[in-house]
Structure formats: structure tokens, C-alpha cells
Design a protein around this ligand. Structure first.
Ligand SMILES: Nc1ncnc2c1ncn2[C@@H]1O[C@H](COP(=O)(O)OP(=O)(O)OP(=O)(O)O)[C@@H](O)[C@H]1O
Ligand SMILES: [Mg+2]
Length: 314
């Protein structure tokens, strides 16, 4: 990937926290490298404490790395000029809850340098965009968590940035709230923005992200396509049969097709991909009925668990 197509490029980031004299130093990042292409939805995935927020804070210029480099839109993150092209939703945004949504956005629009004459229209457009037009004049303390998260996203967009960084945008939301945020992210992508999101909600990543990096204990364990990670042959297929006679169970067990579950006439088998035709012909020959044959997709969950498993949990 050329430097030009890179929205974010991180190379060998190291960060150690020293909490105080006599306290053990905590290495949060141990040489983290990855890159994000312009226009993609990128998932930065990892378990709690992996180093996601630390990386994001370095990218936002909020803390300094001990070593390595971080660039956003070709600029070193220690520069400030390019920041007007960057939007940020922090992990635990603190909102002044006595303000209304509209007042909050006007405040951020001012801080971010949106010209006074454009602020009101910009804020009205954003409230509408995140589906809060009806609630713009209600105080934030009356907002639900999903509404707060949406006003937080609107806040990250006040100055129409090219790259948007979201730290756990779906955390704590119910399925409807998560869907609303996912829809907003898809729309950001459609508008040509680059979206970088920290998360550990794998189903959201699977649905949304073009590429992912998986971080565990401060190290990148995987970077690439979240869908094309395991070869098909490694995966099992779930075969469900009914009308199963005991003799068939014996045959299936005897030929060691794979894990067999179930009682009586109905059984489920996890069969290696290549042996599915054999199982089906044995089953049909014994008079059983095939209820379903479902290839198990390589899920991000598998990838995540195997990436985490590469290093023993500390
Ligand atoms: N200011 C700090 N002082 C000391 N240790 C810190 C500090 N900030 C983070 N850490 C430690 O660095 C590690 C990485 O933390 P970080 O917040 O980056 O993880 P995360 O991947 O964002 O986790 P989560 O999913 O829980 O948000 C953790 O072990 C954390 O305790
Ligand atoms: Mg975090």
C-alpha cells in the first residue's frame, strides 16, 4: 500500500505506563504496526486491556508513544494542522448533561472552527443525520445511551472530517441501538470517509469492516480481511439427520466421521468438509432423512480466539 492510499499508518509503536514510583511498569504496546486504507471501515479488535484505546490516544495526539511512529493522512500525529480532517468519539465521552444536543454540537462546532454563520445549519443537518432532529432541544440528561452515542458521533463530524475514529461505538447499546450506529457507519463509508473503530463486538466487525487488525497484549496478531482467514478445508460442516436407526449410528461412529450429538432418531454430526458426501450416502442408504447440511463459516470468533490463544493469558 503506498503512503498516498494510507489514511493511517502505525509502525513499531511502543508504550509503557509507569503509574508511580515503585509501581511496576505496564507495557501497553510492544511494537504495534498496521495500516488503514483510505475509504475503508477498519476494525481494531482485541480483548479488554489489549491496547486499543492506548493506540487510539496516540493517534489522536493525546499521549506520546515511547518509540515508533504514527501517521494520519500522511502527517505525523505530533503535528496539529491535519487535525481538522480528523473526528474522534472517545471511549467514555463526558457530556455536559445540562446542555441540549443542539447546544453541545454548537459548542463543538465553535471549538472546531466552524464559521459562526454556518454553525446553526451545520448542527441542524447533523442532528437530522444521526436521527435526533426531534430531540435537539432536549437536555442530554434525558437522552438514552443510544441517543448519547449518536450525538457523540455527530460531535465527531461537526467539522466534516475525512477520517473518523470511534472508540467502542456500540458498547453498552441494545441490538436496535447497535444497528442504528452500524447504519451511521455504513453511511459514513458511503460518503467516502475512512472509519477506524475499536471494538470487541465481533458480529459488528463481521458485518461492517473491510479489514481488521487483532491486537492482544499489546501485539498485533493478525491484520487483513476478516472473512478470508481460514481455509475451507479446515472447517466442519454440520449435518442433521432424522429417522436414524441404531445401526447407522454404529456405522457413523465406526468410521469416525466426527463429533456426533443427539438422541434417538435425530442426530447432529460435525463432519470435515471433504467427508460430507460419504456421510450423506451412508445416511441415505440406511433410510435416514437429511434435515440440513450447513457448512460452518470461518467466523471472526474463531480467528479471534486463536489469535488470543497464541499467547497464554497473563
Ligand atoms: N494511564 C494508564 N496508566 C497505567 N496503565 C494504563 C494506562 N492506560 C492504559 N493502561 C494499561 O494499558 C493496557 C492497555 O489499555 P487500553 O485501555 O489501551 O486497552 P483496551 O484494548 O482499550 O481495553 P478495553 O477493551 O477494556 O477498552 C491495560 O493493561 C491498561 O491497564
Ligand atoms: Mg479501550
Amino acid at each position: 500500500m503506498s503512503e498516498r492510499d494510507c489514511a493511517v499508518r502505525v509502525d513499531g509503536l511502543v508504550k509503557t505506563f509507569r503509574s508511580g514510583i515503585g509501581m511496576r511498569a505496564k507495557r501497553a504496546l510492544a511494537g504495534v504496526s498496521f495500516s488503514v486504507r483510505e475509504g475503508e471501515i477498519f476494525g481494531f479488535v482485541g480483548p479488554n486491556g489489549a491496547g486499543k484505546t492506548t493506540t487510539l490516544k496516540i493517534l489522536m495526539g493525546l499521549i506520546r508513544a515511547d518509540a515508533g511512529s504514527a501517521r494520519v493522512l500522511g502527517h505525523d500525529v505530533r503535528e496539529t494542522e491535519f487535525r481538522r480532517h480528523v473526528g474522534f468519539l472517545p471511549e467514555a465521552p463526558y457530556f455536559y448533561d445540562y446542555l441540549t444536543g443542539r447546544e453541545l454540537l454548537r459548542f463543538y462546532a465553535k471549538v472546531c472552527g466552524v464559521p459562526r454563520s454556518e454553525r446553526a445549519a451545520r448542527v441542524a443537518m447533523l442532528l437530522d443525520w444521526v436521527g435526533l432532529a426531534h430531540a435537539g432541544d432536549a437536555r442530554l440528561r434525558t437522552y438514552s445511551k443510544g441517543m448519547l452515542q449518536r450525538v457523540g458521533i455527530a460531535q465527531a463530524l461537526v467539522h466534516d472530517p475525512k477520517v473518523v475514529f470511534l472508540d467502542e461505538p456500540m458498547s453498552g447499546l441494545d441490538p436496535i441501538g447497535r444497528k442504528e450506529i452500524r447504519d451511521l457507519i455504513v453511511r459514513l463509508h458511503a460518503e467516502g470517509k475512512t472509519v477506524f473503530m475499536n471494538t470487541h463486538i465481533l458480529s459488528d466487525v463481521e458485518m461492517l469492516c473491510h479489514r481488521v487488525a487483532i491486537i492482544v497484549q499489546g501485539e498485533i496478531r493478525y491484520e487483513g480481511d476478516p472473512h478470508a482467514v481460514l481455509g475451507e478445508d479446515e472447517l466442519d460442516t454440520e449435518v442433521v439427520l432424522t429417522g436414524v436407526v441404531p445401526a447407522l449410528v454404529e456405522v457413523l461412529e465406526g468410521r469416525e466421521f466426527g463429533a456426533l450429538r443427539g438422541l434417538g432418531e435425530r442426530i447432529e454430526l460435525s463432519v470435515p468438509h471433504k467427508r460430507v458426501p460419504d456421510v450423506l450416502s451412508e445416511a441415505l442408504a440406511a433410510g435416514a432423512e437429511v434435515v440440513s447440511v450447513s457448512p460452518r463459516r470461518a467466523s471472526l470468533e474463531n480467528l479471534f480466539l486463536s489469535a488470543v490463544g497464541q499467547g497464554a493469558r497473563r
